[in-house]
Design a protein around this ligand. Structure first.
Ligand code: SF4
Length: 122
């Protein structure tokens, strides 16, 4: 959860072993991992700046002011919490159905897909 919104939902094993949302990855990086391979992946996401006030959260994706992957769309459009992989939900425009980070054109296709389906809300 970030500034009052659920950003990722999964079973414990999936959440700790294969986090998808940049905030989750950054949070887990704060806990030194015993496995060096996991430590290297987690270190790839470093947060920018300070957390905004929860009383006046940023528009769009609330995480965009700190996210190293943020793009223009993130500043205006709230990402829906969607099932990116089976039983693993994430609220990010740029996570693909295989759990990877999408390029902007792929992300646009995901947004169209999300808008036409009746998924869960964040
Ligand atoms: S929607 Fe954009 S700002 Fe939010 S987590 Fe994904 S890439 Fe980062």
């Amino acid at each position: 959860m970030y500034l009052g919104r659920i950003v990722e939902r999964a079973g414990r094993r999936a959440l700790y072993g294969s986090p998808l949302h940049p905030y989750t990855i950054a949070l887990l990086a704060a806990d030194p991992a015993k496995d060096p391979a996991k430590r290297n992946r987690r270190a790839a996401v470093r947060l920018r700046g300070d957390a905004p006030s929860p009383l006046d959260p940023p528009p769009g994706c609330r995480f965009h002011t700190r996210c190293p992957y943020a793009q223009e769309r993130c500043r205006t459009e709230v990402p829906a919490l969607r099932e990116a992989v089976p039983d693993h939900w994430v609220a990010c425009h740029f996570v693909t159905s295989d759990g990877a980070r999408a390029s902007p054109p792929q992300a646009k296709a995901i947004a169209t897909e999300t808008a036409t389906s009746s998924g869960a809300t964040a």
